[in-house]
Design a protein around this ligand. Structure first.
Ligand code: UN1
Length: 499
């Protein structure tokens, strides 16, 4: 594949790539693709000031018209799907199908946001006073800062950006420094759409590249009323503290530690397929990746044997090649983190299978691993920690309630699933006494959510919701309006206050 030609088709010139301190590398082989310049604190301030000026203009544009811009952006994404998907493969190491899937998620959220642009509904509320009407109206809130992670370098940003823009909010985006090029490509595609739309205020979308300092400068700025951050719990806590100190709003989508319960009545064929996709897909680097398998004791050993066979034969390799199912980890730090988690699991009594480095001769600068299984004697400390790599811990359970308790007994609360054909177990799992996660599924795995639902989770996952359902409300300010169309001035609560 000719990377320069690919980038050129996405409007990224060699000039764009030859300046700056930020080295852009491919995890496929560790090779450098280009350099970009990190933003300085002054650049961040200027971008936010410009975005704020754009806000003052954009909030006047009717929401359905704002939706038209997002529709045009969706069209650009359709045209560029193969190229942008391939750039995701190149920069994040995802297999081609998953790179394309990510762009499809972007297209889907654009469609959703276009419809939403005519449905930013408020309520009409019965007033206790005669001749009065109460209503709720939703208005643009201001600049939305987005911090995105390397593992979904374009889709998660688009969930935020498509909604923010129809809601009337400009976007300042700080992508992971590991995936700056995909962000640059998205901004170029957005420029194409903006040109077709005509009259888009300058600064409606700005990308600021760089590391922690750049993110910090954005998060501290009071002209950014909403910050949406995706990444580790550690990062999210730091962001939440800074935003809370100035009483801003944060939307957090942080670590997951997602489990699947496999009950005696489960359709095991289906379960095995779901386990494979959710545990080893994206090389275990989704926030929804299946990390803990809680299996009924009557099935555990047989299921683990089947998984071992599948794990031994799953094709690991260059993510650009047809037939590859597992590409590289993002970098050496991810590989080291995986090895140290496996060592800890062993010291806690775990029986570990897989996890070895692969293809070292072919790709000395790429970190490929055999996905691993670790049969654990109990839910240990290592299992309570999210390691962003393909490690699937397994546990046995006896009673369904015990399995649900294990599902919930971790600090994180993103995704979960139960494989069962027992209607009582299925209903209990999604009920108030069931899974405590933001996503609770039955007979499908925990990963690969559709954009139509609200995406996010509880506890250390941060509590934010992005994407579908009514997640848009976090990007707007709500006003409660009371209108008196009578000639009296009755006070609420029956208060008399007259001279
Ligand atoms: C993430 O890993 O941050 O549900 C997002 C999924 C994807 C999104 C994952 N639709 O796995």
């Amino acid at each position: 594949m000719d990377a320069a030609a690919l980038l050129k088709r996405l409007d990224i010139s060699s000039g764009d790539l030859s300046r700056g301190d930020l080295s852009c590398r491919s995890p496929i082989d560790g090779a450098e693709i280009g350099h970009l310049a990190s933003a300085t604190p002054a650049d961040v301030k200027a971008a936010i000031d410009k975005a704020h000026a754009a806000f003052l203009a954009w909030r006047k544009v009717p929401a359905p018209r704002r939706g038209e811009l997002v529709r045009l952006f969706g069209e650009e994404l359709r045209q560029a799907k193969d190229d942008l998907g391939m750039l995701v493969t190149l920069e994040a190491g995802k297999i081609v199908q998953e790179g394309l899937g990510e762009v499809q998620e972007m297209i889907d959220i654009c469609d959703f946001a276009v419809g939403l642009s005519r449905q930013l509904y408020g309520l009409t509320i019965a007033s206790e006073r005669p001749g009065h009407r109460m209503m709720e109206t939703w208005h643009p809130i201001g600049v939305c800062g987005v911090i995105s992670a390397f593992n979904f370098p374009v889709a998660v940003w688009s969930w935020n950006a498509a909604l923010a823009i129809v809601c009337g909010d400009p976007v300042v985006w700080k992508p992971s420094e590991k995936t700056s090029l995909t962000a640059l490509a998205c901004s170029k595609l957005f420029e194409r759409a903006a040109k077709k739309f005509g009259g888009v205020p300058d600064g409606l979308l700005t990308v600021i590249f760089g590391g922690v300092e750049v993110g910090k400068a954005m998060v501290e700025n009071p002209k950014v009323p909403v910050v949406s951050a995706t990444g580790s719990t550690r990062m999210g806590k730091a962001v939440a503290e800074v935003v809370a100190r100035r009483l801003g709003r944060s939307i957090l989508e942080l670590g997951g530690n997602n489990a699947m319960i496999v009950a005696p009545s489960a359709d095991q064929e289906l379960a095995v397929r779901a386990i494979l996709f959710s545990a080893v897909g994206t090389a275990g680097q989704r926030c929804t990746t299946l990390r803990r398998l809680i299996v009924h004791e009557s099935l555990h050993d047989g299921l683990v044997d089947r998984l071992k066979k599948a794990y031994a034969s799953v094709r690991i390799g260059d993510p650009r090649e047809q037939g590859t199912l597992i590409g590289p980890l993002i970098d050496k730090a991810a590989f080291d983190g995986m090895q140290s988690a496996l060592d800890k699991a062993k010291s806690e009594g775990g029986q570990v299978f897989g996890g070895e480095r692969q293809l070292e001769n072919q790709f000395p600068g790429g970190y490929y691993v055999r996905p691993s299984l670790a049969a654990m004697p109990r839910q240990t400390d290592t299992m309570r920690h999210e390691t962003f790599a393909p490690i699937l811990y397994t546990l046995k359970y006896r009673e369904f309630e015990e399995a649900v308790a294990l599902n919930n007994d971790v600090p994180q609360g993103l995704a979960s699933s139960a494989f069962t054909t027992d209607v009582r177990e299925a209903e209990a799992f999604v009920s108030a006494i069931g899974s405590d996660c933001g996503i609770a599924n039955v007979n499908i795995g925990p990963s690969g959510a559709e954009i139509g639902g609200a995406f996010g989770g509880e506890k250390e996952t941060g509590g934010g919701r992005e994407s579908g359902s009514d997640a848009w409300k976090a990007y707007m300010r709500r006003a409660t309006n009371t209108i008196n169309y009578s000639r009296e001035l009755p006070l609420a609560q029956g208060i008399k206050f007259e001279i």
